[in-house]
Design a protein around this ligand. Structure first.
Ligand SMILES: [Zn+2]
Length: 188
């Protein structure tokens, strides 16, 4: 009488434990693959707002053909932003001509603005660069850049927006400079 009872009991406990482990594995797996970003946009909105190339690169981790991007040869002074969420990513001060056919930068405006992860697609090991705010795919990071960082952020034009320096400084500097100057005088 006793034996079959304990038998079914342990079997039930075992099954329960296995279920729990399976559930935990599922949860941890889901957390790793489905990383959530601070900012997210409905895919429908992005399809309307972005060009097909911008959508393909940023949302489907695509790569534009070399030398086809509009910002590859851009030498104007200004700030390069994420085309999806407008976060400032690169300054024109760190852009250099790598000859690769994609906009290349040797440094970031803010270390935390880009998230880097291992990318093993196409049988290669590369380091993928992603916008830390919205998760947009930007390009890849290589360690063969110029001094002082030695880094080469190889970024698709299609994932970037550009704010020319003249356009931003004329609007923001006027008000800020005026108020800070008068503040300085009264305080000192
Ligand atoms: Zn973004």
């Amino acid at each position: 009488m006793c034996q079959p009872d304990t038998g079914t009991l342990t079997l039930a406990t075992q099954r329960f434990t296995v279920n729990i482990i399976f559930l935990l594995l599922l949860l941890s797996g889901a957390r790793r693959t489905k990383k959530t970003w601070p900012v997210s946009f409905p895919q429908e909105e992005l399809k309307k707002r972005l060009t097909p190339a911008q959508y393909h690169v940023t949302q489907e981790r695509g790569t534009e053909s070399a030398f086809t991007g509009g910002l590859t040869l851009n030498k104007d002074e200004g700030t390069y932003t994420c085309v999806v969420c407008s976060t400032p990513l690169f300054s024109s001060d760190t852009k250099f001509d790598s000859g690769s056919g994609w906009p290349s930068f040797f440094d970031l405006m803010k270390e935390e603005s880009i998230t880097v992860t291992d990318d093993f697609s196409y049988g290669m090991h590369r380091v993928e660069a992603t916008c830390s705010q919205c998760g947009a795919h930007l390009g890849h990071l290589f360690e063969d850049g110029p001094r002082p960082t030695g880094k080469r952020y190889c970024i698709n034009s299609a994932s970037l927006g550009f704010q020319a320096k003249d356009a931003t400084s004329s609007t923001s500097e006027g008000g800020a400079a005026g108020s800070s100057a008068s503040d300085g005088k009264t305080e000192l």
